[in-house]
Ligand binder design. Structure first.
Ligand code: MF3
Ligand code: CO
Ligand code: CO
Length: 259
C-alpha cells in the first residue's frame, strides 16, 4: 500500500483536529499535580474533547487482539513507556508523566503527546525529558520533500545513544489523519538514506520514546496495554503530527510556535 497524499480539504480537517489535540495537552497542565489520579486527568480530557465537538480516538480502540482501550487519553508515568491506561494511580511529587491525546474532529485525526513534571523532579529525570524533546526536534528537522524516512530514525538514534539512553524500537510513529494508524511506520532507530521518500501532502507522526536504561519493554499482562521499561528505569516521549509541504514541513500539533 502506498502512503496517502492528502487533499487540501483533508489537510484543513486534520490541521483543525491536530490543533485541538494540542490544546487538550495545554488544558491538562493545571491538573497534573500531586494528589490527582490519572483517571481524574482522563475525565478532564474527555470533558474538554467533548465540549469542542470531538471524540477521543483511543476510547474503545482495539488493535492486534488486545482488549478495547478504556481511556480517552494515554497516561504514562515514570517507567511506563506508552499506552498507560488511566487508573487510580495517584501522582506524587517528583513523578514524570506522559499524556498522549488523539482526537477525531469531523472524522479527521490529530495525535500528539508531551511530558509533564509533577512538583520538583530529579536532575536526571529532567535531562531525560530535555533529550527526548530534542530527539523529536531532530526528527522534525529531517521532514522535507525528497528526504527518506530512515533518516528520521537514524538521526534520533545517533543523538539519544550518544547521551547513553536507549531508543524504543517496538513502537513507531505512523501515518495519520484519515485513520488512526496509516502507512508509513516511522521508526525512531534506523539506517541513513533508507526507506521511502517524503512527498508534499504526506501526514505522519514522529513520537520518540527514550529510556534512561535499556530499550526493551514489557506489556502489562493484566490490562493488555501498559508498556513498561524492562529495567523499570524512567522513559519519556514527545509526539507531533507533521505535514510535508512543498519546501519543508508544518508541525500541525505545534500551536505554541515551538517549531
Ligand atoms: N496515541 C498513540 C500513538 O501515538 C496510540 C495510543 S493507542 C491506545 O500512536 F489504544 F493505547 F490508546
Ligand atoms: Co501516534
Ligand atoms: Co499519540
Amino acid at each position: 500500500m502506498a502512503i496517502k497524499i492528502k487533499t487540501s480539504e483533508q489537510i484543513e480537517g486534520i490541521r483543525k483536529s491536530s490543533h485541538l489535540a494540542a490544546k487538550v495537552l495545554k488544558h491538562l497542565e493545571q491538573y497534573v499535580v500531586t494528589g490527582n489520579t490519572t483517571k481524574y486527568i482522563n475525565d478532564k480530557a474527555l470533558e474538554f474533547i467533548t465540549d469542542h465537538g470531538a471524540k477521543s480516538a483511543t476510547l474503545g480502540y482495539k488493535s492486534h487482539g488486545s482488549p478495547a482501550f478504556s481511556g480517552a487519553i494515554c497516561t504514562s508515568p515514570n517507567e511506563v513507556i506508552c499506552h498507560g491506561v488511566p487508573n487510580d494511580y495517584t501522582l506524587k511529587d517528583g513523578d514524570i508523566l506522559n499524556i498522549d491525546v488523539t482526537t477525531i474532529l469531523n472524522g479527521y485525526y490529530g495525535d500528539t503527546c508531551k511530558m509533564y513534571a509533577v512538583g520538583k523532579v530529579s536532575e536526571s529525570a529532567q535531562s531525560l525529558i530535555d533529550v527526548t524533546r530534542e530527539c523529536l526536534a531532530i526528527g522534525v528537522k529531517q521532514c522535507k520533500p525528497g528526504n527518506r524516512f530512515g533518516n528520521i530514525g537514524y538521526e534520533i538514534q545517533q543523538y539519544a545513544e550518544a547521551q547513553g539512553y536507549g531508543v524504543v524500537w517496538q513502537f513507531c510513529g505512523h501515518g495519520v489523519g484519515i485513520k488512526f494508524h496509516e502507512e508509513p511506520e516511522v521508526s525512531h532507530i534506523g539506517q541513513k538514506n533508507t526507506g521511502k521518500r517524503m512527498k508534499p501532502g504526506m501526514i505522519f507522526t514522529i513520537e520518540p520514546m527514550i529510556n534512561e536504561g535499556i530499550a526493551e519493554c514489557i506489556v502489562d499482562q493484566k490490562d493488555g496495554w501498559t508498556a513498561r521499561t524492562r529495567d523499570y528505569k524512567l522513559s519519556a516521549q514527545f509526539e507531533h503530527t507533521i505535514l510535508i509541504t512543498e519546501d519543508g514541513c508544518e508541525c500541525l500539533t505545534d500551536v505554541y510556535g515551538e517549531y
